[in-house]
Design a binder for this molecule. Structure first.
Ligand SMILES: Cc1cc2nc3c(=O)[nH]c(=O)nc-3n(C[C@H](O)[C@H](O)[C@H](O)COP(=O)(O)OP(=O)(O)OC[C@H]3O[C@@H](n4cnc5c(N)ncnc54)[C@H](O)[C@@H]3O)c2cc1C
Length: 518
């Protein structure tokens, strides 16, 4: 691995890559690590709908108003205003001009802007339903061209290193505590080594895998949240987990996302009798109501009727599904559904973590030397619920803002002394895969049933009690076994789950995507 980087970035999604590119352009040596075997194994690459960018009918106040109202009034006004004012132009200057990301154009060569739920105007730049892949490809191509960006796959951060707790110089315990890097597991060999850096960035994405049904890829186990929590940072708004209303209900393609843009183009939700039920739940916005309301309506409809799923009728859309949604129509076809002539079976699934490590839009946290960007961070932009297509924008903006400030941050610590930390000592015993599988599946099951779309005080109390017990057992098991990616992920998922359950149980007021039915 690149020795002595100025910046250690954990994660290769939109946040990590945009931070790496911008920091390298400021002259810093950057090391980007991902625990996955491929840099593209991210939430970013799976994004379908697109990213909010410049749009002729739009304005910063209108965008801010939409973000704040989707966030049920809990958003941080200053952050929302800054993002709305300065974020969209980065789609042009960074993604389109610098990284050559291709977005769809209309017949006259102007951006073909899409609309999604709770957006007042068409402002979403997309590349059909492969928008995230197009963005990731562009960022990767740019990052790989920069000699100061060093990238390694299969390297997983296990825990953050902090000066007061890990420095071998005992005097450091009396000085200001700061992040100084991370212990990193080589996923292939099982060896753990410390990687020291003056600036450490958590860009580790979300935590969807904490729930049984999730649209997120396997990497989304809340590692950044858990590492920051163990290092003593505040995790805020953790009760606000957004559930996406429509993922494919099919055994062989579990939780494949059917983008909201499909409803934006005219598809409607119907129950198994063919009734368009959203009229009853949200007469004004119907199928394009905020995600939490649509998810709850589907959940209630399923619960009331004893159905395992509902249907999404895309047969009367205004666009050709095969052209506009090639990935979705192809996956549906492979699942035996022709979306142009028959409805798609769908269920809701955990999708986006609105909470996270408390951070400013430039990534700074309460721990000097530690930065959090993208979905791992909570900047207050999303409040109690996220407006569609704003998370990629926030990932891009926080990454670029961090990168722009990074050389200043680096200057401040240039004079500080070099740290040394102890080598990692691994127990000899291999972890038992049956334990890992069983414990992770217990966490996912109880989060889905007790801390899911519709919560009650009793369910939350039960979840907390079960999670306390599980975390206690898992911690013992973890300390006695050689680390592996699966073991570290399971430990992080269990801890993140208990952070979410605790926040949910201490917040007795339904708001946004935290919904208490009793
Ligand atoms: C199916 C789907 C569709 C979506 N569609 C949209 C959309 O249309 N528009 C929109 O705005 N948002 C969308 N989102 C949300 C959006 O994609 C994410 O919020 C965003 O991509 C998060 O970016 P990120 O860089 O923070 O994290 P990610 O892109 O998830 O990247 C996280 C990175 O961290 C790495 N990592 C994790 N833990 C560790 C560790 N311990 N050590 C080292 N590396 C680690 C991962 O391997 C990965 O490289 C969608 C999400 C999903 C799942």
């Amino acid at each position: 691995m690149k020795a002595d980087p100025d910046v250690l970035i954990l994660g290769s999604g939109i946040a990590g890559l945009s931070a790496a590119i911008t920091a390298a352009e400021q002259g810093l040596e950057v090391l980007v690590l991902t625990k996955a075997s491929s840099f593209g194994d991210t939430n970013t690459a799976l994004a379908q709908g697109g990213i909010v960018g410049p749009a002729p009918e739009d304005s910063a106040p209108l965008l801010a108003q939409d973000i704040l109202s989707a966030g049920a009034g809990l958003g941080y006004q200053r952050a929302v205003e800054e993002l709305s004012q300065k974020g969209p132009e980065l789609v042009q200057s960074v993604l389109i001009d610098q990284c050559r990301v291709r977005f769809a154009l209309d017949e006259s060569g102007h951006p073909d802007l899409a609309q999604e739920g709770a957006h007042s105007v068409r402002r979403i730049h997309h590349w059909m339903d492969r928008s995230g892949q197009a963005i990731h490809d562009g960022l990767m191509a740019r990052a790989l061209k920069l000699p100061r960006v060093h990238m390694e796959a299969g390297k997983m951060a296990v825990d953050l290193l902090t000066s007061c707790h890990h420095s071998t110089d005992e005097q450091d315990r009396y000085r200001e505590n700061r992040a100084i890097g991370a212990y990193v597991l080589d996923v292939e060999s099982g060896e753990v080594e410390p990687v020291l850096a003056p600036l450490t960035v958590l860009a580790t994405g979300g935590a969807g895998q904490v729930f049984r049904h999730s649209s997120n890829p396997a990497v989304a186990t809340g590692d950044g949240i858990a590492m920051a929590y163990r290092a003593g940072l505040s995790i805020i708004n953790a009760e606000y987990v957004q559930f996406h209303p429509t993922t494919l209900y099919h055994r062989d393609f579990p939780n494949f996302l059917i983008s909201e843009a499909v409803r934006g183009e005219g598809a409607i939700l119907v129950n198994r009798d063919g009734e368009a039920f959203m009229d009853r739940y949200h007469p004004k916005l119907k199928d394009l109501a905020p995600r939490d309301e649509v998810s709850r309506a589907i959940y209630q409809e399923m619960e009331k009727r004893g159905d395992s799923h509902v249907l999404l009728d895309a047969t009367r859309m205004h666009v050709d599904p095969f052209k506009r949604f090639p990935a979705i129509s192809d996956t549906c076809r492979r699942a035996g559904v022709d979306m142009s002539s028959e409805p798609i079976p769908v269920v809701p699934a955990a999708h986006y973590f609105c909470g996270g490590v408390k951070a400013s839009l430039d990534g700074s946290t309460s721990l000097p030397g530690l930065y959090a960007i993208g979905e791992t961070a909570c900047t207050g932009v999303h409040g109690a619920n996220r407006l569609a297509s704003v998370s990629l924008l926030e990932g891009l903006y926080t990454g670029v803002r961090f990168g722009q400030e990074a050389s200043g941050y680096r200057e401040k610590v240039r004079q500080s002394h070099r740290y040394a930390v102890p080598d990692w000592v691994s127990p000899e015993i291999e972890s038992d895969p049956a334990h890992i599988h069983n414990d992770l599946s217990s966490v996912q099951g109880l989060m889905w049933n007790y801390v899911g779309i519709s919560r009650t005080r009793r369910r939350l109390q039960r979840a907390l009690a079960d999670l306390n017990y599980l975390n206690h057992r898992i911690d013992r098991f973890y300390r006695e076994a050689r680390p592996s990616r699966a073991l570290v992920e399971m430990r992080n998922a269990a801890l993140t789950a208990s952070v979410i359950a605790r926040s949910a149980s201490t917040n007795g007021r339904s708001k946004g995507c935290h919904y208490l039915s009793s």
